[in-house]
Design a protein around this ligand. Structure first.
Ligand SMILES: [Zn+2]
Ligand SMILES: [Zn+2]
Length: 473
């Protein structure tokens, strides 16, 4: 029997006979099944044309070549939770430039925009125009469905390209980010099931959070006042409501930004029953505990809130066990003046994070487990799984032949995150000074190098494409 390298050489010879040379080659550590070996990714035009084990420049004479040594050559990340327009000072250009610089080559855009949420066909079309003019990377757009019959818009918006919807069980803003009650949620789920797409849910119990908020002193300066308004049960109750209604209706459910291992366990139980459900957590829940709020104060005011240290460890265990489908940033680019008010409850909730998503997730996974098994789970959670869940996997999420040549290079190391160097207009990062275990050094979007650590961003606004949904069942 021929040895593996002879078989590889024969395979490469065969491929060379069949196919012309690529436009460029990226060599480094590539994933074959679940092992990592030195290999080559061939790029032709905007697509991946081959992935080979082994590195041999003589096979591609004259072809442009980037060899990153032992650094990881990975699919570009998909951040399935980005608010580019919830704060008017950010916008699609800044958020997608920030994405590009961090290795995020696909953004799934949230619908709770200022001044108006994306809850009608006209507003969806207007947002598509804006994205087409401004985006630096590719963007999939979510709609939302207003209370009192807004679910009737789903059919038209899905047909026009919305990849899904997000609604909230908790009232954040009556116009932009309203509450959908349990009865309306049934209508929403039935409508989304018929129209197609993924239904994302912000799961927090409205009565508990608003009731506890009303009991607090609005002039309290203790950061923990935010934690007191949102106990774990306020989140898990929302999770159960969403899961029960999804089990009943059969919608394709995605639970956003879960902060508790208990939430992941609930989702796993429902999946075992056949419910079409997935969940995401975020780097802030994997990095910070509620103790960090005493240091960073309202900078770390986030909904749902940070949790105790054992919950952080529990989330990593759930990720390792394959119980966390997706990790997203929930990028909320508030400027510091909206995060440093004296009275805690007056501050905006959320943190910027699209640019740091890949580095934090991959680097911390490597720090925790050099064997790469946790790294593999972390990688899937920011690439292939969000691609599949949002109907984008025909083009995105892997380095398969024929897929878009969206590639990020991740170099393990001890570089610190510099919050002031981020490309979001937020101008700060809660991770400033953190050494997450590596950095993204090169980013390609559809074959074009749009970022390198050495030369920075080189990206044209408007080059990003609007992604529509693969046919998903
Ligand atoms: Zn949310
Ligand atoms: Zn969000």
């Amino acid at each position: 029997m021929a040895c593996l390298c002879c078989e590889d050489a024969a395979y490469i010879r065969r491929m060379n006979e069949q196919q012309k040379l690529p436009d460029q080659v990226i060599a480094g550590r590539v994933r074959v099944e679940d092992s990592w070996i030195r290999g080559e990714v061939w790029v032709t035009g905007e697509s991946i044309s081959a992935v080979f084990p082994g590195v041999d420049p003589s096979k591609t004479p004259g072809v442009s070549r980037l060899d990153v040594g032992d650094a990881f050559v990975l699919p570009g990340a998909i951040d399935s939770h980005v608010h580019s327009l919830s704060y008017g000072g950010e916008g699609v250009a800044a958020a997608t430039r920030s994405a590009a610089a961090g290795g995020v080559t696909t953004v799934v855009e949230m619908p709770f925009d200022v001044p108006d949420p994306i809850n009608t066909l006209d507003r969806l079309h207007a947002k598509q125009d804006m994205v087409a003019n401004e985006a630096a990377v590719d963007v999939a757009i979510l709609g939302t469905l207003a209370p009192d019959g807004g679910w009737r818009e789903a059919e038209a918006m899905s047909a026009a390209g919305a990849v899904g919807y997000k609604v909230s069980l908790y009232l954040t803003d009556p116009h932009r980010f309203p509450r959908i009650n349990d009865l309306e949620l049934l209508n929403v789920m039935n409508a989304v099931k018929d129209a197609g797409g993924t239904l994302c849910i912000h799961a927090e119990n409205n009565e508990i959070v608003h009731g506890l908020s009303d009991q607090q002193d609005p002039h309290d300066t203790d950061p923990r006042v935010h934690l007191r308004t949102r106990p774990p049960v306020s989140e898990t109750l929302g999770v159960v409501v969403a899961l029960e209604e999804a089990a009943y209706t059969g919608v394709r459910l995605h639970l956003c930004h879960l902060s508790l291992p208990r939430g992941a366990e609930l989702v796993s139980w429902y999946k075992g029953q056949g419910t079409n459900a997935s969940l995401e957590t975020c780097p802030h829940y994997l990095t910070f505990s509620e103790d960090d709020m005493m240091k960073q104060r309202a900078r770390l005011k986030i909904n749902p809130p940070l949790r105790p240290k054992d919950a952080v460890e529990g989330l990593w265990n759930e990720l390792r066990a394959g119980q966390i489908d997706i990790v997203s940033s929930d990028h909320a680019p508030w400027p510091l003046e909206m995060k440093t008010k004296k009275y805690i409850l007056e501050n905006a909730s959320g943190v910027p994070g699209v640019e740091t998503l890949p580095t934090l997730v991959l680097g911390q996974a490597l720090q925790r487990d050099p064997s790469l098994s946790l790294f593999n789970a972390a990688l899937d959670a920011i690439t292939i799984t969000p691609a599949r869940r949002f109907g984008l996997s025909s083009r995105k999420g892997s380095l398969g032949v024929g897929k878009d040549a969206d590639i990020m290079v991740f170099q393990p190391g001890d570089q610190a995150i510099d919050g002031s160097a981020q490309h979001s207009n937020a101008g700060w990062s809660p991770y400033d000074g953190l050494r997450p275990g590596g950095a993204v050094t090169h980013v390609f979007s559809r074959g074009t190098l749009i970022y390198s650590a050495a030369d920075g961003l080189n990206v044209t606004l408007g080059r990003g494409e609007i992604l529509t949904r693969d046919e998903v069942k």
